[in-house]
Structure formats: C-alpha cells, structure tokens
Design a protein around this ligand. Structure first.
Ligand code: ATP
Length: 253
C-alpha cells in the first residue's frame, strides 16, 4: 500500500482530483481534500467558489465528471445515490431551517428518528425508552430541553437552526455537513452555535461552510479556503487569513 492509499483508507472523507462542469463551466476544478475521522473542518471561500457543489458531490446530489470521492476509507460515493449515502451516515443541514413549524420541538425530533416517518404516526407515538432517552440527550445537546413542548414555529431563528441540527443528530450520522449555520443569528446565538458544534464534534466528524470569520475563529479548527472550484489555502485560521491570495479573493473584499 502506498502513501496515497493510506491517506485515502484512513480518511472519513477523501476527495481527490474531482472535476464537475455545468455546460462547460468548471465549477469544481481538480479538487482534493481529506477529512480525518473525528475532525471538524471549516470551509470558507467567496461566492461561487464551489462550496455547495462540493457538498452536493459528497451527498450524491451531483455526480463528478472525474475524480475519487471516498467515505470511511473505502466507500465510493460516486456510485451511490443520495438516499443510500444518507443511510450510510452522511447527514446534511442546509442553510435555511426546514423544521416542521406546526409540530412541537419533540415531535420534530421524533420525526427525524427512523421509526415512522409519517407525522400522523408520530402524534400518537411516544417511543421506546431508548428512543426517548436519545431524544432527551439530543434536546440537552441543542439546548432545547425547556422548549420540548413548544411549537417549532414559535422558536427564534437560532433555535430553529439548533433544532435542525438536532434532527440530524437524532439519526446519529458519522459525518455532518453544515451549511452556513450562523447566517442571520445574533452574536450570542453565534457563540452558542460554535459551542454546540464543538460539543457535537466530540463524537462526529463535521464539515462546516461559513462566511462568518468570528465564528470560524471561535471553532478553532483547520480551515480550507476554496476558490474557483479548488483549494486555495489550508491551515489554521491565522495561516489562512494571512495568506495573500485569500485576502485578495475573499477577505479583502
Ligand atoms: N446546477 C448548476 N448549473 C450551472 N451552474 C451551476 C450549478 N450549480 C452551481 N453552478 C455554478 O457553479 C459555481 C459554484 O457554485 P456553488 O454554489 O458551489 O458556490 P458556493 O461556493 O457554494 O457559493 P455561495 O457562497 O454563493 O453559496 C457557481 O459559479 C455557480 O453559478
């Protein structure tokens, strides 16, 4: 086994030489990126850098024209559909919260568990002991224990984002892909979200896309800056934010 093979097989997510074109436009251009098991990585980069497309590739929504995309060392994600990839343990949170507003916080979490995906079933079902313990744990993690019986629609924007993160956690994915979690949040909510992700990272690998540099700094993790579909810079927040090219294309704007 050569060094490249070891890097791939020991990674939780491994992308190498990935290309995607939309009608001749190279949205992803020789992208290579590796996430170790248990790592949290922050992804930054200007609009159109390819951050969303990269997540689409990992979740199977977009198929690359070329390149290697491996999960958990050996699983070739380019051959699987979105449902199978989600079942394998890659959960994604989109930027805009999509909680069920007319359901309680607790019922939203019950819906996310793999027991009965119909709203109707959930309304009359209170779950096994193990499941209700799991929900209690998730509620505690997302700081919504006291709000468990409130309608999700009555939560603040920040709380809705946490609930949606909780809905991902209820499914216990190996990897969480989180897209701009703190957009529109207050400073306090932003700080709590950094704390929350750090806590979740104790047991899960996380890739988080975010423009808010205060938040990224607070995460204190390795940062990758994408530009024109490939990696422009990678390292600590200090290394990346002092990189001249990063300042030129992103931070200096
Ligand atoms: N389905 C598509 N068809 C055509 N072009 C696309 C498609 N999806 C993405 N693109 C283009 O690919 C490039 C990368 O887009 P992407 O959304 O991945 O960037 P991003 O880094 O997530 O940007 P933002 O920060 O604005 O969300 C953009 O120029 C975008 O217009």
């Amino acid at each position: 086994m050569n060094v490249m093979d070891t890097r791939a097989t020991s990674a939780m997510l491994y992308l190498d030489g990935v290309h995607v074109s939309f009608d001749g436009f190279h949205a992803i251009n020789n992208l290579s990126l590796t996430l170790a098991p248990g790592e949290m990585r922050a992804i930054i980069g200007p609009n159109g850098a390819g951050k969303t497309t990269m997540m689409d590739i990992i979740t199977g929504k977009t198929k690359p024209d070329e390149g290697t995309v491996l999960f958990d060392g050996t699983v070739d994600l380019t051959r699987l559909d979105e449902t199978r990839i989600a079942e394998l343990g890659i959960g994604r949170k989109f930027q805009k919260p999509t909680v069920f507003e007319s359901q309680t916080v607790q019922d939203n979490l019950l819906l996310a568990l793999n027991v009965d995906h119909s709203v109707r079933g959930t309304l009359f079902w209170r779950g096994s002991k193990a499941e209700s313990e799991r929900i209690d744990k998730v509620l505690e993690t997302i700081r919504l224990t006291d709000a468990r019986n409130r309608l999700a629609g009555s939560l603040s924007h920040g709380q809705k984002q946490w609930l949606e993160i909780g809905m991902l956690l209820a499914q216990d994915p190996k990897v969480l892909l989180v897209d701009e979690p703190v957009a529109g949040m207050t400073d306090v909510e932003t700080h709590l979200t950094a704390e929350l992700l750090k806590e979740i990272n104790r047991n899960h690998t996380i890739m988080v896309v975010e423009h808010d540099m205060t938040f990224v700094r607070e995460l204190g993790v390795k940062v990758t800056c994408l530009h024109e579909g490939s990696v422009l810079a990678e390292g600590s927040i200090d290394q990346v934010s002092s990189n001249e090219r990063v300042v030129e294309v992103y931070l200096g704007r």
